[in-house]
Design a protein around this ligand. Sequence first.
Ligand code: SF4
Length: 678
Amino acid sequence: MPGKPEPVLGGPASVVETACPLDCPDSCSLAVTVKHGKVIDIDGSAKNPVTNSFICAKVRKFDQLAYGPDRLMYPAVRKGRKGEGKFKRVSWDHALELVVEKMRDAKARSGGAAILPYSYGGSNGLMTQDNFDAQVWRRFGTSRLARTVCAAPTGAANMALYGKMASVTYQDYVDAKLLVLWGVNPAVTSIHLVPYIKDAQARGAELVVVDPRATQQARAADIHLPIRPGTDVAVAMAIHRYLFVNGFADETFLREHTIGADRLRERAEPWTIERAAAVAGVDAAALEQVARLYAETSPALIRCGWGLERNRNGGNAAMAVLSLPAVGGKFGVRGGGYAMSNSASWKIERSWIGTNEPGTRVVNMNHLGRALLDYNDPPVDVLFVYNANPVATVPDQHRIVRGLERENLFTVVFEQVMNDTALYADVVLPATTFLEGYDFAKAYGPLHMTLARPVIDAVGEARSNADVFGELAARLGLLSDEEPTGELDLLVTMLDAMPGRIGEDLRADVPPTAPGGNRPVQFVDVFPNTPDQKVNLFPAEYEAEAPMGLYTFQPDPATEKYPLALISPSSERTINSTLGQLPRPDVTLVMHPDDASARGLADGDLVRIFNDLGEVHCYLQVLATIRPGTVSLPKGLWRRSTRNGVTGTALVPDTLTDLAGGACFNDARVQVASLATA
Ligand code: SF4
């Protein structure tokens, strides 16, 4: 079923410019060397000054995905057991007709909600999601997906507080005198930020890193707060209290630009430095030093990452961290304020979809296993997965697999490679990669956007999302004659619909300018996109939504049986689970020496990591760079990466964050034991 790599012939090579649209804030400009229609090298180009001609090791290897043995080359239908990976080649016509038939049957039997579309940011370009796919789902009246596996709590906090105001871009970090990297590891997830941080430090900026691990960045910091996972809200509230109590709150700014400051002040009151330090398991003097530095320094910039949201307190943590610049009066200067996802800063409204969302059932994507096994109103009869690999990336892996094994479930997986989820498909449809089609690569760290162009023809019979969903819409009778249906139609439609000059500039290969400028100073060039343009520090709807109210802390879920917090940070090998099929050294669980010796474990031991949801077998790496009581497995592992074909998401409960229904990856509590003595 998967394709075989073909040899590259000799002869002249050419270098083609494109851009990387994968789920990474940097969106690099790329120079791809092509010979006889085959990619032979992928590198960064100088076209985008932030890229500055270098890229990550991950995308340098992307040709191994494009031509690798796991690449899906043609449509196919299952011929073995679900999960066995045996498929029979069929034509596109046959595969699409089968999908149409199953969708129609399910709708006739139980209504459109019996079909569950399931997608996330696997490709992340503007053309590969929320376009013709959304049109099909909306018009057919399928269940709707709450896309919450990542960035839901931080996005909700950013929206409530600031209406997703554009935030500080990489180029302006150098103007900061204090940088706080909170729950983010740029050396792995946004490598082009690292030189700007170093530059700022060289100019005298102090660096604070909040992370349970002593990452390379943390070791280069002036202060590292190795907090317990899930305690970010306590730490941020203690800094709020320090600001309020010691006269550092910017009362003028609070009066003129915010609402709800008094309620936030009340909630901060119990969080003394000592109490927060005890909850977070850090040195109180170090926490007080961070609070004082933040109070006294300007420009001060907080880079809010996604590590802090992946627990029961994630929404309130994001609220507490992102509201600090408002209380501390850190806006209005270059290099001051906050940096968060800038994905909303281009103000692109997807008007071309042309159909409003129906009022059908909403399924939280973190509850996929429950949806497949337990939902009855109606049951999910057809699952259509694209741009996502939920078996590898979504909480409660075993429950998801049990759901996918249901014989009366019809699963379509539209993918580039035979991943852990595609193995359970009834029909696989091969998708193009970003090297094989057009897309818009929109950075969400710095502010730039590039038109990514095809550098090679589609591999095998792979087709683009726009082509496949356009065709599906036509076969389902959902399109009128004059509506666009394919990739090139969509490209032109989107270019025409971009606000201001953006479409025109992209056509002319000129770097476009975002509506607030490409290096906006917060509260000078851009302001909150809230209805009254004020920072809403105490949104009433969130007070009602959070189980214990806004800015509150829910205690650690650890038990005597499962005392260790398992975290799953991004690694230098995968982008989410993309590229997880490539060969890698044995996966290791990282554990502090104190925890290892308490269990009689040594570096290199084969261990089982377990809780009531499952167990993972892999080797142990004993390192003092992780705080005691916390262990770490890489994010995005494929099941082939461990000794027993089970990965960390099997140990993650499908509980939801306090706000916005996010995933609680870092609330997995586990025990670890030697496999030899098990
Ligand atoms: S994944 Fe990020 S760093 Fe790597 S090439 Fe793409 S945009 Fe650049």
